[in-house]
Unconditional design. Structure first.
Length: 88
């Protein structure tokens, strides 16, 4: 995954309590389309023990999540929180 890729929340992220407001189930209940975003920055891990790259995403909606902790906390997602948007 690199900057410029279109992404959405993965099944793992849909199960996180902090991203409940944006999960696929809630969006379907409120009849909202799939949450789509653009990867704007890819950063290496901050700590030696951390092996996951950090991704910053700009969502196509104004009220999208700031990061993997919802509206608060760190402004990044891990790779397992995101998946590519299918072309179909």
């Amino acid at each position: 995954m690199q900057a410029g890729d279109l992404v959405t929340l993965s099944a793992y992220a849909n199960g996180l309590d902090t991203l409940y407001s944006w999960c696929a189930r809630m969006r379907q209940h409120h009849k909202k389309p799939l949450l789509v975003g653009l990867v704007i920055k890819v950063s290496p891990p901050r700590w030696t023990g951390d092996e996951q790259m950090r991704y910053e995403v700009r969502w196509m909606e104004p009220d999208g999540p700031k990061g993997r902790h919802g509206k608060w906390g760190s402004p990044h997602f891990n790779r397992k929180d995101l998946k590519f948007v299918s072309r179909g």
